[in-house]
Design a protein around this ligand. Structure first.
Ligand code: PMP
Length: 451
């Protein structure tokens, strides 16, 4: 039985009471105080991409803290953050060549939004301040990031927001109502950005932000490749910056190092977090392209924004070490494990409770529906997401649950986003547990019916 301690935690939805207490963790495993060895099929919240341990990390903590752990980067520089910025600039697509350090995914997006405003102010267009994003997105919990977030569950209760921003349809092929081929539908979805920019007034829109592939709200939802080509063209035509929120998709989560590589499109800014340190220490960053960075090179332009711990040498040294581990071999292994997981789970695509089955690299999303033909989500009171989560956990597998949207336009979800380095046998155990969990829940919500 979990002891209740002094940590304030009340997410809701019933997952919080009696949390299993973890004693220690390694590779893809979480070992509880009761001695149970759970498989972490979520990598935390798609964070520990290298698993809960990686040889050599202890030495990095030891040597960097012996050298220097903390410095105010406003007044001092040091090898660790400088090396990290160089490495990220080298490995990022296109001319994303400058790095602004932050501590969480939310902070990375906040910085990107403020950078966009300052960029246009520097160019004599201070009225360009609106950020356009998509419904069913997640960009963070702080007020600016939440204003851009389109996940209605996470927004509800915090209105009014600080900003009056715009949202377009999610990149969510399963629930699109556009006509035509997948390509035509993707074009139509992207064209909503143009309509919104025109309606709002191109002189007022600073940026469009999107998760390249859906994460916390609609896991593994990936639009047709033409979608981001259209988005890029629209942004260029209306002088709007394109921010790719790769906080979850970065560092191999969808196969390549960054998910935008699937699309061959380079954003103007890219937010990173999670896999940047594989969760060993908090750190995040915004990558900025030359066009934006060059404006800030001017003597009369500044960016008065920063966080105390940003770019601290200890986190930077850890991130340097972690980023080095994302070799072609490790990314390839993640892809292979993702393919294995997707193929072992593929029969679930026909299951009557599974409305949509999505997989891209080592990221799998299952969306549960009450009616497969109409795509009607389950009644939220049934808490299907939690039932599946609990049933998988009972089978020794930790997954990432997703509550359906409060407005009934998306079903309950389950995301699988294991460490890229997990073993083949763990993949099979995850697949078995998820299949079994879905069968259990199906027989509970449709008693007497077999799938
Ligand atoms: N953006 C995306 C795409 C995310 O998935 C998340 C976290 N799930 C965030 C931003 C926020 O990151 P953090 O929780 O580190 O603030």
């Amino acid at each position: 039985m979990a002891q209740h301690n002094h940590i304030f935690y009340k997410w809701g939805g019933g997952i919080e009471p009696d949390l299993p207490r973890v004693d220690h963790a390694h590779d893809e495993f979480l070992v509880t105080e009761d001695g149970e060895k759970l498989i972490d099929a979520a990598a935390g919240a798609a964070v520990t991409n290298l698993g809960h341990s990686v040889p050599g990390i202890e030495e990095i903590f030891e040597s960097q803290s012996a050298e220097v752990s903390y410095l105010s980067l406003s007044h001092f520089s040091h090898d660790a953050p400088e090396d990290l910025a160089r490495t990220l600039a080298t490995r990022a697509p296109g001319d994303l060549s400058k790095v602004f350090f932050t501590n969480s995914g939310s902070e990375a997006n906040e910085a990107a939004f403020k950078l966009a405003r300052e960029y246009f102010r520097a160019r004599g267009k201070p009225e360009k301040s609106v950020v356009v994003s998509r419904w069913q997105s997640y960009h963070g919990a702080t007020f600016g990031a939440l204003s851009a977030t389109g996940n209605t569950l996470r927004r509800r209760g915090f209105e009014p927001f600080l900003t009056d921003w715009e949202h377009i349809s999610p990149a969510y092929p399963y629930r699109w109502s556009f006509d035509g081929t997948p390509e035509e539908q993707a074009r139509a979805a992207a064209r909503e950005l143009e309509t919104t920019i025109r309606q709002r007034g191109p002189d007022t829109v600073a940026a469009f932000v999107a998760e390249p592939v859906g994460g916390a709200s609609i896991p593994a939802a990936a639009p047709h490749p033409v979608y981001y080509k259209e988005i890029r063209d629209i942004c260029d035509e209306y002088d709007v910056l394109f921010i790719a929120d790769e906080v979850m998709t970065g560092f191999g989560r969808t196969g390549p190092l960054f998910a935008m590589e699937h699309y061959g499109v380079t954003p103007d800014m890219m937010s990173l977090g999670k896999g940047l340190t594989s969760g060993y220490t908090p750190m995040s960053a915004v990558l900025v392209n030359d066009k934006v960075a060059d404006e800030f090179a001017r003597e009369d332009v500044s960016f008065a924004h920063g966080h105390t711990f940003a770019g601290n040498p200890l986190s930077a040294a850890v991130a340097n070490f972690v980023v080095e581990q994302y070799t072609d071999g490790v990314l390839e292994r993640g892809q292979q494990r993702g393919q294995q997981l997707a193929s072992e789970l593929a029969p679930l695509a026909d299951h009557p409770m599974v409305g949509d089955f999505r997989a891209i690299g080592p990221m799998v999303g299952l969306e549960f529906v009450a009616d497969k033909d109409t795509k009607e989500p389950f009644d939220p009171s049934q808490k299907v997401y939690k039932q599946v989560y609990d049933a998988a956990l009972d089978r020794g597998v930790y997954t990432y649950p997703g509550k359906g949207s409060v407005d009934g336009v998306a079903g309950d979800h389950l995301m699988l986003s294991p460490p890229l380095t997990l073993s083949e046998s763990s993949v099979s155990r995850i697949a078995e547990a998820v299949e079994g969990a879905i069968e259990d829940v199906y027989s509970r919500v449709h008693p007497g019916v077999t799938a």
